[in-house]
Write a protein that binds this ligand. Structure first.
Ligand SMILES: O=c1[nH]c(=O)c2ncn([C@@H]3O[C@H](COP(=O)(O)OP(=O)(O)OP(=O)(O)O)[C@@H](O)[C@H]3O)c2[nH]1
Ligand SMILES: [Mg+2]
Length: 192
């Protein structure tokens, strides 16, 4: 007679230097998928949203020598044909919330897409798999706590991300949507 075994819980090693990202990923994935993390400052190439994450993921797998999860987040202004996109980190650092609003002053269209692209690689030499989530919102003057990036200037259905409870943001966010796809893929793998 064989004893039924419970399938091993999935485990991911999320490589990021961003503690805010890490706590959102843990809040969304755990306890179903356990999340460990290494803070490595990965070099990021110029390119499309997908190219940046693919390259980041391959680099992380080579550095760590095992399975890795990485993520790259873009903020794409509709009036600017998707810019700043993957370069939002440097735009935010240089211009701040007001400066990002000013970029759209000449345009009526304040629409913006928050795009999150996760890359999972089973290890060095394994081609990464991408999971992407997009939330459409608009850019507004800052409202709410300022502890995470551009959260105070990204408004979705009347509230900025910064004004939402964490659990509320995770339900509607670019990151939450991307992680729902990743979770579906992992549970499929588990039953395959
Ligand atoms: O208000 C925000 N709400 C979010 O949900 C969010 N997610 C990312 N960011 C910021 O957008 C840039 C992405 O750059 P990014 O993806 O390269 O991140 P990063 O360099 O901080 O970490 P990582 O590359 O080590 O993972 C960085 O400035 C992040 O702080 C966010 N800001
Ligand atoms: Mg980065």
């Amino acid at each position: 007679m064989t004893t039924p075994t419970t399938p091993a819980r999935h485990q991911v090693n999320f490589i990021t230097g961003n503690t805010n990202k890490l706590s959102e990923v843990q809040a969304i994935l755990e306890p179903a998928i356990s999340v460990s993390s290494q803070a490595l400052d990965l070099l990021e190439i110029q390119g499309t949203l997908e190219e940046v994450t693919l390259d980041k993921c391959r680099r992380a797998a080579d550095l760590v020598g095992g399975p890795v999860l990485v993520e790259d987040t873009c903020l794409c202004f509709d009036a600017l044909n998707g810019l700043p996109g993957p370069y939002i980190k440097w735009f935010l650092q240089s211009l701040g919330h007001q400066g990002l609003n000013n970029l759209l002053a000449a345009y009526e269209d304040k629409g913006a897409k928050a795009v999150c692209t996760f890359g999972y690689s089973a290890g060095p030499g394994h081609e990464p798999i991408l999971f992407q989530g997009i939330t459409q919102g608009k850019i507004v003057p800052a409202r709410g706590p300022t502890n995470f990036g551009w959260d105070p200037i990204f408004e979705y259905e009347g509230k900025t991300y910064a004004e939402m409870e964490k659990s509320e943001k995770n339900k509607v966010s670019h990151r939450g949507k991307a992680l729902a796809k990743l979770q579906a893929w992992f549970s499929n793998e588990m039953t395959a």
